[in-house]
Design a protein around this ligand. Sequence first.
Ligand SMILES: C[S@@+](CC[C@H](N)C(=O)[O-])C[C@H]1O[C@@H](n2cnc3c(N)ncnc32)[C@H](O)[C@@H]1O
Length: 286
Amino acid sequence: MSYHKLIIGNSMSMQEIEDESVHLMLTSPPYFNAPFDYKDLYHNYDQYLNVLQCVAKEAYRVLENGRIVVLNIDDMLINGDKFPIVADATKIFVDAGFRYRDRIIWKKPDGYLRISRRSGVILQNPYPMYFYPDNLLESIIIFQKGRFDYKSIPKEVREASKIDIKEFSDNKWYMTIWEMTNVLPNSELEKDIAAFPEELPYRIIKLFSYVGETILDPFVGSGTTMKVARNLNRNSIGIEVKESLIPIIKKKMGFDEQMSFLDKDDKLEIIIRDDKNEYNCQNQWN
Ligand SMILES: C[S@@+](CC[C@H](N)C(=O)[O-])C[C@H]1O[C@@H](n2cnc3c(N)ncnc32)[C@H](O)[C@@H]1O
């Protein structure tokens, strides 16, 4: 039986979540003013970085010692200028107290053409200086709060959470490049949400948490992380600023109609804050 909590509010504060009560944080923050998905969402880049700073600070507070934070994030090209989001996010999480543990590159299939073919510019103007490569990559950056105490996990929980080494080897989880197919832009539940494929939280949850533990996604979008957490017998907490996504999250998680393969006793609690657009994080970097 698993418990799931969806908080509708701004994840710059995680006021409902107790200190050291989360075992893994896994998320894909909005990409700074991405031309199609988040155009002009933030007034400027500093405002965007401040959101990440607040989330990093709260993540450090709510995460148990030794545990992992995973961000799926990438640099963003806007009007010909690339914003170094991966580098800045890494610095922000390290400044918040985390150890920088690893970086995996997610490679999408060669035919991935979600937004535009940037390389098309040079086809129209086949001259020097018109080159912008098509981007097939995103980063998955991994941080750790202190060191993990391997002896803290009971033997039966360790066994119940065992990683299938055949799956690990066959699907090449062992490399720093993960080839995964992206969610197609016109797929029903993820329309207008830059969702990641289930394969991403599936790998991360299996590799960095034990059954019965709690997974947090502070930018939960369509609820992909919560769905996979439920399927893998983990509890979850999702934070999402858009109240309109509640029915999508419920549907994706299988809470709108009971699906026979899921535990009927699983619970979903929904908390709707009234401060969702107003929260302003005070933090040590300002
Ligand atoms: C990249 S999407 C996440 C998609 C998600 N991984 C999925 O698979 O559906 C980022 C989400 O963060 C939400 N968001 C943006 N700023 C937020 C904030 N300050 N607090 C909570 N949610 C926020 C957006 O509304 C959007 O749904």
